[in-house]
Design a protein around this ligand. Structure first.
Ligand code: SF4
Length: 434
């Protein structure tokens, strides 16, 4: 059976490893040793895959510019699943990235039918307050899609490079799909490329931390980034078996091609519509030259966006988290006492009787309480390993373990909700008017 990923479908993705084969997502494991002070989602393999994240690591490790961008659809309560993405954005900001957060109100309006007023209220009172409370700094950028002319202009231009067949193949659009839904997909591509516009510092590696269900946006946007660039670079083989690079364009003025010929590292020859470059040792030098000329002649110049993919949290009762079932998730705005009750009622990996649990041990891998500690509540890896071990060997019983997790959850929510109130006072620092 072929895995179909559609960001608007409710189906969960059970077999992550198939994404590597079916969609060309690369495993994240190999990159971990390259990352200085990895966050807990990286350390604990919650982030399992990526596209081109090596470019972002290179920028992080060498103090070169890079960005992080993600969006939130203002359609419900902000919960622990959103916190994971917010934590990832904030971590990249701390690592030196320029951080962008788009509130996807156009998507909420076109796909969910939520009014503009409700989009704004939910965007601020749920998502933006928690984002700031978790540590997002004012140097970053928070905006509503519908209020950004830059996003609209870019989305319109991206639309010239996208066609219905391609969008349908990626998103499963049908004849019933409303046109604004399609436009909102282009707005999200514009969000993703926005950090690389010249107003935002020009081309640079940009990572989009997402769940695997959002991969269609990433694939579409990577393709569009290539199509928008003034030049494309092809690696070609000569008759003698040596390689050369052909820098090609259908739209570039002849002066731009001449400039590529002048500046390109290696021996360059100018032809109608392309420049061929021989004996280039350093592809990155050539790429740098091409980007410089693209910007000089007013063209677009985008590095195809990178992405990281994280596992989803399961629902507290097992199965999926669902916004229509408040007992399946913990919202960051939940009354702290109600979170205690939710944790105490949640599905564990414990055995039917205490005796059995002492003899066989629990199964933390099948326990939603352990999952909350793994994703959010226990920062110290040794502490988490101790809980895992004591559960598995039958020393720790679920009652005590749940009480511990519930206490941590309550402490977190009390503090977070206080920080949210402080954040309300600071909205103006982020250019947000209530
Ligand atoms: Fe889950 Fe804790 Fe019970 Fe183990 S002891 S199954 S981690 S609740």
């Amino acid at each position: 059976m072929n895995v179909k990923i559609n960001p608007w479908s409710s189906s969960s993705i059970q077999d992550y490893s198939r994404l590597f084969d079916d969609f060309g997502i690369s495993p994240f494991n190999d990159l971990i040793p390259e990352i200085k002070s990895p966050n807990r989602y990286i350390r604990r393999n919650i982030i399992f895959g990526h596209r081109s994240y090596d470019l972002v690591i290179d920028a992080m490790n060498n103090q070169k510019p890079f960005s992080v961008m993600s969006g939130f659809m203002p359609s419900g309560k902000v919960h622990l699943g959103h916190k994971m993405v917010m934590d990832e954005i904030i971590w990249h900001q701390k690592m030196g990235g320029d951080a962008f957060v788009g509130i996807a109100d156009r998507e909420a309006y076109s796909v969910r039918g939520i009014s503009w007023e409700m989009c704004r209220e939910t965007g601020i009172n749920e998502y933006i307050l928690s984002l700031i409370a978790l540590g997002f700094e004012p140097e970053g950028h928070i905006y509503f899609q519908s209020e950004s002319q830059q996003i609209m202009d870019l989305a319109f231009e991206l639309g010239v490079r996208a066609n219905f067949s391609e969008m349908s193949a990626i998103y499963g659009f049908s004849g019933e799909t409303n046109i604004s839904h399609m436009i909102s997909a282009l707005c999200q591509s514009a969000d993703i490329l926005n950090p690389q516009l010249s107003d935002n510092g020009g081309p640079k590696p940009t990572v989009i931390p997402v769940g695997a269900d959002q991969d269609p946006h990433i694939r579409l946007t990577r393709g569009l980034a290539h199509k928008m660039n003034m030049f494309r670079i092809e690696k070609r083989e000569q008759n003698n078996g040596n390689f050369y690079f052909s820098v090609r364009s259908k739209s570039a003025p002849s002066e731009a091609l001449k400039e590529i010929k002048e500046l390109a590292p290696g021996d360059a020859k100018l032809f109608e519509g392309h420049v061929d470059v021989y004996n280039t040792d350093d592809f990155n030098d050539l790429l740098e030259t091409v980007r410089q000329v693209e910007l000089e002649f007013g063209g677009y110049s985008f590095v195809p966006p990178a992405s990281t993919y994280h596992r989803f949290m399961s629902g507290l009762q097992g199965g999926k988290m669902s916004s229509s079932s408040p007992d399946s998730y913990i919202a960051l705005t939940d009354d702290p006492e109600s979170s205690v009750k939710k944790i105490k009622r949640s599905k564990t990996g414990g055995r039917i009787t205490l005796q059995e649990q002492k003899e066989l041990g629990g199964i933390p891998e099948e326990c939603s309480v352990f999952e909350i500690m793994l994703f959010h509540l226990v920062e110290d890896d040794r502490e988490l390993a101790r809980i895992h071990q004591e559960c598995s060997n039958g020393k720790l019983m679920c009652g005590k373990c749940k009480a511990y997790a519930a206490e941590l959850m309550k402490e977190f929510l009390v503090e977070h909700q206080q920080m949210r109130e402080n954040a309300r006072e600071r909205l103006h620092e982020y250019g947000i008017k209530e």
